[in-house]
Design a protein around this ligand. Structure first.
Ligand SMILES: N[C@@H](CCC(=O)N[C@@H](CS)C(=O)NCC(=O)O)C(=O)O
Length: 204
């Protein structure tokens, strides 16, 4: 049984795609036009949310990008990319995983929608600007943490770096990265230079 992943270029599905490449697991990739609920209506039969990622692994269906990365670590015993519950940084590791989407990607989607995707008459420049600033302010925790570290947890690369790194990468795609602090920009560059990231980006 091969893992199947549905993905759109530069979308949050890049998190599990990157994780699969780092882990060297077999998978089938389906790349969809964005947004799939408009350009690929039949996708809604598979995933009624119409969002990416969607992952199928046997009977397991998942729609949360960071949750899929966590699943892959545990299900496929990819322990070198995660932390176990008896590790003293385990709480920190989980916090970064949840932080990645609930705190960082969330304000970016409002910036993207009301600053870029909506037709001109529905654009909301004030909302876009407020959520751009909101996102940059929420980077405060990362900015401090990464000052004297190469990676987020345990001094090594884990899926926490994939989850947070993707949020930084999306910010770059949205043109917000010029406001990143130097240590945060350097962290993003380190992550993008990884062969696993380069392979994932090519598969898009
Ligand atoms: N919390 C989910 C969000 C998934 C999501 O909203 N994905 C966006 C792309 S980044 C999407 O598919 N949008 C298309 C739409 O809303 O129709 C995750 O982290 O995977």
């Amino acid at each position: 049984m091969t893992i199947k992943l549905w993905h759109c270029k530069d979308a949050r599905s890049l998190r599990p795609l990157w994780a699969l490449e780092e882990m060297g697991l077999d998978y089938d990739l389906n790349v969809l036009p964005f947004p799939p609920r408009v350009h690929q209506r039949e996708y809604l039969q598979l995933n009624p949310l119409g969002t990416v990622p969607f992952m199928l692994d046997g009977e397991t269906q998942m729609t949360e990008s960071t949750g899929i990365c966590h699943y892959l670590v545990e299900k496929y015993q990819q322990r070198q990319f995660g932390l176990q519950s008896d590790h003293h940084e385990y709480g920190d590791y989980l916090n970064w995983l949840y932080h990645s989407d609930a705190t960082l990607t969330f304000p970016q989607t409002l910036y993207l929608r009301y600053g870029m995707l909506e037709p001109d008459e529905r654009k909301q420049p004030q909302v876009a600007e407020d959520y751009r600033k909101w996102y940059l302010a929420r980077l405060q925790k990362l900015n401090g943490h990464i000052l004297d570290r190469g990676f987020l947890c345990d001094g090594r690369f884990t899926i926490a770096d994939i989850a947070i790194g993707y949020a930084l990468y999306l910010g770059e795609k949205l043109g917000i990265a010029s406001d990143y602090e130097p240590q945060t920009q350097a962290y993003l560059e380190r992550l993008k230079a990884r062969p696993g990231f380069v392979r994932a980006a090519k598969k898009e």
